[in-house]
Design a protein around this ligand. Structure first.
Ligand SMILES: C[S@@+](CC[C@H](N)C(=O)[O-])C[C@H]1O[C@@H](n2cnc3c(N)ncnc32)[C@H](O)[C@@H]1O
Length: 266
């Protein structure tokens, strides 16, 4: 299996669309698919399909990371929020949040104790919302792409926020550092598509006082299909078992849960 596996990983990473992905995650997906599809050609197709489904499908725009960072650096700080909105419009997931961005972060800031340290799990371009958090000191962000992590690290330096963006599989290697708030913005359905049990373990292992967990109100294709009620019922059941308190905020494009964890529950 190991020669076939190495050949499969190399073939995936050689393709432009997947070249920036964290190799450990490509390996995890390739191992899974090679078990199901012993022939190289079939395993390659299946591995790329899975990587598209959980990651690449969201990166459907033009990602001009170098130019974005240069433009943000040149403009007066007061103009950066508007520019960040435009950049968030390039990722399918953050694009849907733009109409509710101001209201969502105003509500979170009002309802939670001062948010100084943030962990952003499966972050996409969401860390640009650092500009909407007035008390922020540190922001650590996790997604699968090296070029995204480089861009976000440049952004954090530019706006004077401590913290690091990582290209890291949060299921295989969950973050361990403490944060006031962990954000899982539309992250769980995507993580669970690869491994539902690991996504649940991740929730338990996060070292944060509060979580904000959101779910999409529509699929990427635009269908609603009772998604809000289904996601809400499943998530509320998960929280009830743990004895964690939740408050639900319902928006047209997204449903958000503010979770307060009981001490010692994790
Ligand atoms: C639905 S998007 C959400 C992005 C962002 N949180 C937001 O709300 O805009 C899901 C993100 O999860 C990332 N992702 C998927 N599996 C991951 C994993 N195992 N580890 C880290 N990131 C992952 C994808 O690359 C994608 O950017």
């Amino acid at each position: 299996m190991s020669e076939a596996l190495e050949a499969l990983i190399a073939a995936v990473l050689a393709s432009g669309k997947y070249a920036q992905l964290a190799p450990d995650f490509v390996r995890a997906v390739a191992i899974d698919q090679l078990r199901r599809h012993p022939k190289h050609k079939d395993a390659l197709k299946a591995t790329k399909n899975k990587l598209h489904q959980v990651a690449a499908a969201y990166f459907d725009g033009k990602f001009a990371y170098g130019r974005w960072l240069a433009e943000l650096a040149e403009m007066p700080p007061a103009e950066r929020r508007a520019a960040c909105r435009a950049i968030m419009g390039q990722h399918a997931s953050t694009r849907e949040r733009l109409p509710i961005l101001d209201e969502l972060f105003a509500l979170l800031t009002a309802k939670l104790p001062p948010i100084r340290n943030v962990l952003d799990i499966a972050c996409g371009l969401n860390p640009l919302c650092a500009l909407w958090l007035p008390d922020l000191v540190r922001y650590d962000a996790y997604d699968l792409y090296h070029d995204l992590a480089d861009f976000l690290n440049g952004f954090f330096r530019l706006i004077g926020v401590q913290g690091t963006a990582y290209a890291q599989d949060v299921l295989g290697n969950p973050p361990t550092q403490y944060a006031d708030l962990a954000l899982l913005m539309k992250a769980l359905p995507c993580l669970a598509q690869f491994d539902g049990a690991a996504a649940e373990r991740l929730l338990d292992s996060l070292n944060a006082d509060h979580l904000v967990v959101t779910f999409p109100a529509h699929s990427l294709g635009g269908r609603a299909k009772g998604m809000v009620e289904n996601y809400s019922a499943r998530f509320e059941a998960l929280m009830a078992v743990r004895g964690w308190q939740t408050e639900r905020l319902l928006f047209a494009s997204e449903v958000a849960f503010i979770v307060t964890r009981s001490h010692g529950a994790a």
